[in-house]
Ligand binder design. Structure first.
Ligand code: ZN
Length: 244
């Protein structure tokens, strides 16, 4: 390399954004289909589509991305955060779609963003965690560790929890600002999939697959791109606020 070439390379390195490693987790997969929509939409399919777009956006923003699954397969909940821990990822994003039972399906839409706590923020947050945790109860082998103990263990890491909270608010603000969906707030609940993560970890409920109108939007590539762009913007906002 010539001296001029070296200078150019150094300048490029100095101006490029700091690298980060994100683990992006498309909710459900395989026999664990997650929630379903009135038009037959499946959560496991839409989360994979949206997660792929999020991964591309994060890579464009200078990050490296590992996905917990890239096809329709069953990945145990505990294994998902473990992948992020093994790679010492900077952040873990679990992507899901929300769902309401019965008559509430018609009238409930919007975005909720979660980070971990032992107690749910409210009754609806508790119901969301119960639904998302059902994958584990339905078929996963019980690990020797008590899941509640695992959650309490994670909550003992004050820095990871503070970073999770900051990441949740940063992404949520961008999501509701960009796609103009109902803002259902940032909440906390005991999600198994977040329990083992030793870094900033959030679970995004980017819309209600049970709502006829929102389910249709969530399946549209253009809308998925908007969601993905908003998530990436939120991650960058969060990065800017991080202590070096
Ligand atoms: Zn889900």
């Amino acid at each position: 390399m010539t001296a001029a070439g070296l200078l150019l390379a150094l300048a490029a390195a100095a101006s490029s954004p700091p690298a980060f490693l994100a683990v992006v987790d498309p909710g459900h997969g395989g026999e664990r289909e997650g929630a379903s929509g009135p038009g037959g939409q499946k959560e496991k399919q839409l989360t994979l589509q949206i997660a792929r777009r999020v991964a591309k956006r994060l890579e464009k923003a200078g990050g490296r991305v590992v996905m917990t699954r890239t096809r329709d397969e069953d990945v145990p909940l505990a294994q998902r955060a473990a992948m992020a821990n093994a790679r010492q990822a900077d952040l873990f994003l679990s992507i899901h779609l929300n769902s309401m039972p019965g008559r509430a399906r018609q009238g409930t839409a919007g975005i909720e963003t979660y980070f971990l706590s032992a107690d749910a923020s409210d009754a609806s947050a508790k119901a969301v965690a119960a639904r998302e945790n059902a994958d584990r109860l339905a078929g996963e082998e019980r690990d020797p560790e008590d899941p509640v103990a695992g959650i309490l263990d994670s909550l003992g890491d004050a820095q990871a929890l503070a970073e999770s909270s900051r990441l949740a608010y940063a992404i949520h603000e961008r999501l509701v600002g960009r796609v103009k969906a109902d803002d259902r707030g940032v909440k906390q609940a005991p999600f198994y999939v977040l329990a083992g993560a030793r870094m900033a970890a959030v679970l995004l409920e980017v819309g209600f697959i049970s709502h006829p109108g929102e389910a249709k939007k969530l399946a549209q590539p253009a809308y998925q791109e908007e969601l993905a762009a908003a998530v990436a913007e939120g991650v960058l906002d969060w990065r800017k606020g991080q202590q070096p």
